[in-house]
Design a protein around this ligand. Sequence first.
Ligand SMILES: NC(=O)c1ccc[n+]([C@@H]2O[C@H](COP(=O)([O-])OP(=O)(O)OC[C@H]3O[C@@H](n4cnc5c(N)ncnc54)[C@H](OP(=O)(O)O)[C@@H]3O)[C@@H](O)[C@H]2O)c1
Length: 329
Amino acid sequence: MQTFRWGILGLGSIARKFVADLAHVPGAVLHVVASRDLAKARAFAADFGAAHAVGSYEALTAVPDLDVVYIATPHSEHHAHALLCLRAGLAVLCEKPFTVNAGQAQELITVSQAQGVFLMEAFWTRFFPAVAHALALLKSSTIGEVKHLVADFGGFMPYEPLGRLFNPNLAGGSLLDIGVYPLFLSQLFLGRPTAVAAVAVPAGTGVDLSCAVSLAYAGGATASLASTLAAPLDNQCVLYGTGGQLRLLGPMYAPHGVRVQPLGQAAQDFSYPPPGDGYHYEAAHVQECLAQRLHESPLLPLSSSLELMRLLDTVRQRMGLRYPGEGGG
Ligand SMILES: NC(=O)c1ccc[n+]([C@@H]2O[C@H](COP(=O)([O-])OP(=O)(O)OC[C@H]3O[C@@H](n4cnc5c(N)ncnc54)[C@H](OP(=O)(O)O)[C@@H]3O)[C@@H](O)[C@H]2O)c1
């Protein structure tokens, strides 16, 4: 079996979950873990059995025999950390949101193409079997023509002005952290909207505490999306068609099934429980791409990550939210 040696850059909460799920990926080897703090890296390496632990992200790029790096730092750092790895010739799987804005995303894509190295956004939702099944059901017109999509993601998060969820310097706010999921699903299922409206309620730091987005499409569909750090929502995704309804079961960011209900018929559930949290689906897909020497994923191409960043930029423009360094006040 072909093995793939993974490096992990930034050892926070998502890094722990991702690495735990690597155990479900045949051929995945945890090769090196990198933190800004060497003691933290050593403790993480001991917990998960990594061969190497390093005390800086730069040092990770010098470790031999590394096949791919998973970037798990705050949104504001994705651009710099992905560039660091791409310029060192290393394949990159970068957490969502891909970057802070579309300009940064375009630069990553340009560098990955110039270097001829693999790059993918870690939008794990794309790789759940339930999402593939939902796409197939829509393609076969099981619920007719989709006319409306509802998706939301919310949780109550304690207000910590310096923490990554609320800190403008770390590109905080509900939209980039969790609102990106409803937007991602709207793009996957309905394509590019022709009209975008958005409003936000700011947190004390000025980033969006809550955000509501309305979209319209040339094909006659609309979408209602919401995200908030202020209250738990249903975390659902439902598509309403001329001939019935389709619902992702479980949280829409990690769905474990699909419920389809054609008009006048009983609902039918299809279940796909993951063995762990479900991060292994995206990791296995990256390994398949690397085995085929691809530079991007056919399921989550860079053009769709760029388009999603453009949509996020438009929504932020409508809300009047800019991050430090983006200009315009
Ligand atoms: N796909 C998903 O399900 C999912 C879930 C949660 C989060 N995420 C994404 O993953 C990224 C990280 O989220 P997280 O919840 O893991 O965050 P976290 O717990 O705060 O960890 C982020 C890590 O990034 C590193 N880091 C580098 N520069 C930093 C800075 N200036 N400030 C703070 N930390 C810095 C730190 O690692 P060292 O101290 O080791 O250097 C830190 O532990 C975010 O972009 C988020 O959107 C994805």
